[in-house]
Design a protein around this ligand. Structure first.
Ligand SMILES: [Zn+2]
Length: 905
């Protein structure tokens, strides 16, 4: 505390009063000794901490050529600074690379601690592994580790690339830890290992920085309407595939997050902070969180969150910084960076600073918020958190151990102790789920022999998760079908809604992986007795070719992503592939589902080698056949067996498209299906000759598609569809298809059985309102939209008698977000291939009237238009790229659609 009392107020703003525009930085400017000392003195002032700094530690200016917080540093510049620190202080700084972004930028973190702790870093990592393996470590060993190990804190900066101040604060934090020559900082490093991940999203930050400086003029603008403060599409928030990386901690689809998760599991830090920015008119947010809390978060964890928040508050009070807690940012959805570590027993939280979104920003109160203000506050919050962690070393270690042992106990006591996956319905999806669970640090067992559990028989190769394991809560969070929200919180939301006030549900209320992957599982209270082995991180198991030397050709049974990947790879390899619309039984007595792929030697040269290669990489099981004889269903030459063309796919890109949905969709098709997509802006789409494209995808939009495409665009798309194009719409792009008369559906308003007939007359008859309820009814507009939902999992029923549903299971699960409800197509116009079930809700919290109104309404509609067709999803099947259970439907839409359209060739 003494130390903090000596701390001067922040003076970083003073550094920013000079020239704001800088020439291109030079990263390796070598300064003279005198210059270095001067710069260090300036830097000490910039930090606002009146402690002596060693001149031996390179400052930001000495490495990058400009003072701290005077420029929004590029990812390359920030990396250069950390590389320099690691080179100059190998005894205290360890730099680790954990991957590369899509655009090829390095993903890395540094560990900083005392020389003594870093010399024993391997011991530290081993010790944390032992402490987390509460199933293998004795209480006695644990006590010894708790007494001896340093605490650890992981600070992750800049996950949203346009939240600019935190990566700069990462450099200052590292500088301070190494250069400060006071006792407090030394005691932090004696007691804790500090992990710094300075730039979680280098592609997004790079996008922001390059475009931001393009807009700058003679002076930086504080005007919120200036180009400086309004980014073009897509903003720097997202990564290359336009993902919000702070929602990817469940599916781990992006290298920035999957790599970080791997690094976290290696080090198991006790505390994790994700440092963000929010709107420029706010102040600073830190823990404790807003309600609701996820019920799997323990009381102990909440107490520690409170402790850290209170410690931050002291530091903020000393500097007169405004802040708030317990509002807006909740801890329910586990797919945030600030949530994921909680389910391994760490403490994790988000910090949010008001963003200048540039160098200077005038707030609604008329104050000037600077970039330096953000850097300063994130720096102070970082140091405050490190202090709290160092002070609570032993307690944090003990809490972590207790959490891991409690998990084992909770699993042992549970009636649903074991989750079992037979996996026959969808081998590819099951393999992916198991690989993913393993990547999350959950132990999964694979049976080497057949067995029975709770009266059900399982074949060899089946998987199970015994939740009596240290990662119990992580397993539960990812696998449970429903995580209940606090009753009081729900009651409050209904009260707000009844009073025409917005609800406080921040994000989706459901995320169960088996539901989203559409995989069945059973639970059992007893652990199966079967020889088994630990499952691996493998997401795709190499496939095989049965009867590889087949004389006539090969059949790939349709029904999972292994077959899907086989199809795209075969098409890209130039093979001739046919696809059956109807199930058939081959002479070999095998039944093949609709959608199955047929490749023959007669139509393909060198087929055997190609099929072997593709089976291996795709995971598909391929059946060689020595005869084309079919005993039931269509023959290979039937009209019900269609040639699959390798379609050229074009997707609408840029304004007014939702960057998230465009990015998710492009990612699913390119990286999960393995097939390229051409991105095209509205202006080109309106005019271009589209005839060499077979499939056009319109993702969800934020703005108006009608005005973006205009009449010419609409006419161009219509003509193209009628000439044989396959138009696929996602989410609210379906509304455009309706407005343009391409799809004969309609958007529904909220159900209103007793409209009040609100007119526009200025003088009306008197009215008696006799109750509060009548009053509420009277003020409700006649033509309101259904109530908005942040997102739930919903049940769908599939019409299996169509090529669009070939190989698809009769019941599916989707995410439903927003308030769009469509009328079913009448049979004269088309087919409702997938509809909401009678029991709509699969998981999460959805308003009762939305559940009622959604029942039997369309999820996927198909309408033929002359030589082409319209295929409309009323929601986003690619939502967060984690609805793997819908992938087959999308593959059918793209490749089945292209095979069924009849353009003039
Ligand atoms: Zn953020």
């Amino acid at each position: 505390m003494q130390f903090k009392a000596r701390i001067a107020h922040a003076i970083v703003g003073a550094l920013l009063t000079g020239t704001l525009l800088h020439s291109a930085p030079t990263y390796a400017t070598e300064l003279s000794a005198v210059e270095t000392q001067q710069v260090n003195a300036q830097q000490a002032q910039a930090l606002g901490l009146a402690v002596p700094y060693s001149a031996k530690v390179p400052t930001i200016e000495s490495v990058l050529g400009y003072p701290a917080a005077s420029r929004i540093s590029s990812p390359a510049a920030i990396e250069a600074y950390f590389v320099k620190l690691a080179e100059q202080f190998p005894a205290q700084v360890k730099l680790n690379y954990y991957g590369k972004s899509w655009e090829g930028r390095n993903l890395y973190y540094v560990a900083i601690s005392s020389a003594e702790n870093m010399a024993a870093f391997a011991n530290f990592q081993r010790g944390m592994q032992q402490l987390s393996a509460a199933d293998k470590t004795s209480a006695q060993q644990a006590n010894k580790l708790i007494a001896e190990l340093p605490a650890s804190v992981w600070l992750s900066y800049g996950v949203h690339g346009n939240e600019i101040s935190s990566p700069e604060a990462a450099m200052l934090t590292a500088y301070h830890l190494l250069a400060a020559e006071d006792e407090q900082t030394a005691s932090y490093l004696n007691n804790a290992v500090v992990f710094i991940d300075p730039v979680q999203n280098p592609d997004g930050r790079s996008r922001f920085v390059s475009r931001y400086y393009m807009t700058a003029g003679l002076e930086h603008s504080a005007d919120r309407h200036s180009a400086e403060h309004n980014e073009p599409w897509p903003s720097g928030r997202s990564n290359h595939y336009l993902f919000d990386l702070n929602r990817d901690w469940i599916a781990l689809t992006q290298p920035e997050i999957s790599g970080q998760v791997e690094a976290l599991l290696e080090n198991m830090p006790l505390v994790f902070v994700d440092l963000h920015e929010m709107g420029g008119d706010s102040s600073y947010y830190f823990t404790p969180e807003a309600d609701p809390y996820n019920p799997l978060i323990t009381k102990k964890q909440r107490e520690t969150l409170w402790y850290i928040g209170e410690n931050n508050a002291q530091w903020f009070d000393e500097r007169g910084y405004d802040y708030f807690t317990r509002e807006i940012f909740d801890a329910f959805y586990p797919g945030y960076g600030a949530s994921w570590p909680l389910y391994h027993g760490s403490i994790s939280m988000t910090y949010e600073m008001a963003s200048a979104r540039g160098h200077v920003f005038r707030t609604k109160d008329g104050d000037i918020l600077t970039y330096g203000d953000g850097v300063q506050r994130h720096f102070v919050a970082s140091i405050a958190t490190i202090e709290a962690v160092a002070q609570q070393r032993q307690q944090l270690l003990k809490n972590f151990w207790d959490y891991r042992t409690q998990g084992i106990d909770a699993g042992s006591d549970s009636k649903q102790r074991v989750y079992l996956f037979a996996g026959q319905k969808d081998p590819a999806g099951t393999q992916r789920l198991v690989g993913l669970l393993t990547r999350h640090g959950v132990q999964v067992q694979q049976a080497k022999e057949a067995f029975s559990a709770c009266g059900v028989k399982y074949p060899a190769g089946s998987f199970w998760v015994d939740t009596a394991q240290p990662a119990h809560y992580m397993a539960r969070t990812l696998l449970d079908k429903n995580i209940a929200m606090d009753d009081k919180f729900i009651a409050e939301q209904e009260r707000l809604r009844a009073n025409n006030l917005p609800d406080q549900i921040y994000d989706v209320t459901a995320w169960s992986l088996p539901l989203m992957f559409n995989l069945d599982y059973q639970t059992c209270s007893r652990v199966p007795r079967a020889e088994n082995q630990l499952a691996t991180e493998q997401l795709v198991k190499p496939g095989t070719v049965l009867n590889a030397d087949a004389e006539v050709g090969y059949i790939v049974p349709w029904g999972d992503m292994n077959a899907g990947r086989f199809l795209t790879e075969a098409l890209r390899a130039g093979l001739t592939v046919k696809r059956t619309d109807l199930a058939f039984t081959h002479k070999n007595k095998q039944r093949y589902p609709a959608g199955s792929l047929i490749l023959t030697h007669a139509q393909n040269a060198h087929l055997t080698a190609a099929v072997q290669k593709i089976a291996l990489s795709s995971g598909a099981t391929v059946h060689g056949v020595d005869s084309s004889w079919v005993t039931d269903g269509p023959n290979f030459g039937s009209n019900n067996v269609k040639l699959v063309h390798a379609p050229n796919i074009v997707m609408l890109w840029d304004e007014p498209v939702s960057s998230l949905n465009a990015g998710h969709s492009r990612y699913v098709i390119e990286q999960q299906f393995g097939y390229p997509v051409t991105a095209m802006r509205a202006a080109q789409l309106s005019r271009a000759d589209l005839s060499h494209y077979q499939v056009l995808i319109l993702p969800s939009t934020y703005g108006s598609l009608s005005s973006a495409l205009g009449e010419n665009g609409e006419a161009n798309v219509k003509k193209w569809v009628e000439n044989g194009g396959v138009l696929i719409t996602f989410g609210n792009a379906t509304e455009w298809a309706v407005q343009s008369d391409l799809l004969n559906s309609a958007l529904e308003r909220v159900i209103n059985e007793n409209p009040q007939g609100h007119g526009s007359e200025k003088k009306v008859d008197g009215l008696l309102i006799k109750s509060k309820a009548e009053h509420m009814h009277y003020i409700t507009p006649d033509a309101a939209d259904p109530y908005w939902t942040a997102g739930v999992l919903t049940n769908l029923d599939v019409d299996l008698e169509h090529w669009l549903s070939a190989g698809v299971q009769p019941n599916l699960i989707s995410v439903t977000v927003g308030n769009q409800i469509y009328r079913p197509l009448s049979i004269e116009h088309g087919r409702n291939i997938v509809s909401y079930s009678k029991d709509v809700l699969a998981s999460g919290y959805l308003w009762e009237e939305n559940q009622q109104q959604l029942a039997y309404k369309p999820y996927l509609m198909w309408q033929p238009r002359q030589r082409g067709m319209v295929i409309s999803f009323t929601q986003e099947p690619t939502y967060r790229a984690y609805l793997d259970g819908l992938n087959l439907l999308l593959l059918n839409a793209i490749f089945g659609g292209a095979a069924h359209a009849t353009p003039l060739r």
